[in-house]
Design a protein around this ligand. Sequence first.
Ligand code: AMP
Length: 180
Amino acid sequence: MKLFSDLNLASPIADALRDEGYTTPTPIQAQAIPPILEGKDVLGCAQTGTGKTAAFALPILDILLRQQRDPARRGPVLPRVLVLSPTRELATQITDSFAAYGRHTGLSHTAIFGGVSQFHQVRALHRGVDILVATPGRLMDLMGQGLVNLSAVSIFVLDEADRMLDMGFIQPIRRIASQV
Ligand code: AMP
């Protein structure tokens, strides 16, 4: 069985895994992390609770640490990662995972979802974030108001893609995908 140490993740991520007490990747992590690190597109299927979030969050954090932010760009940091999630509960969980696995990286993240005031979400975008986790409805709403710039996004994740499609999000997903 592979160990996380065999995956050569950057040391701030390896330190966070040590904090979490993880030593061995779950099957979906062992299969998904290497191709994501190579920049390949990955479709992953596994049951709830099998470590899917870390399967994409860990290699994404590693890629962001290796990538320079565009040094010529002025103004707030633009998101380089967009994760779409069907529900606000899942969006919050994903953000919590990025916070835990990224705690030593200095990378920033925020969640955007409906049912609450947009005030704090817009303020976070203005301050700048590396990783944006969003539900499609609120994201489209903020895009319509010209408050989200997705032009720097180079990593796009559809979490629980099957559920988002079941919920009828195909048109918003297409429109969002056309902006990244
Ligand atoms: P998820 O399927 O992403 O919701 O993860 C399910 C639970 O497993 C979460 O509580 C994670 O913190 C935990 N977890 C994820 N990967 C590992 C791992 N490699 N070793 C131990 N626990 C893990």
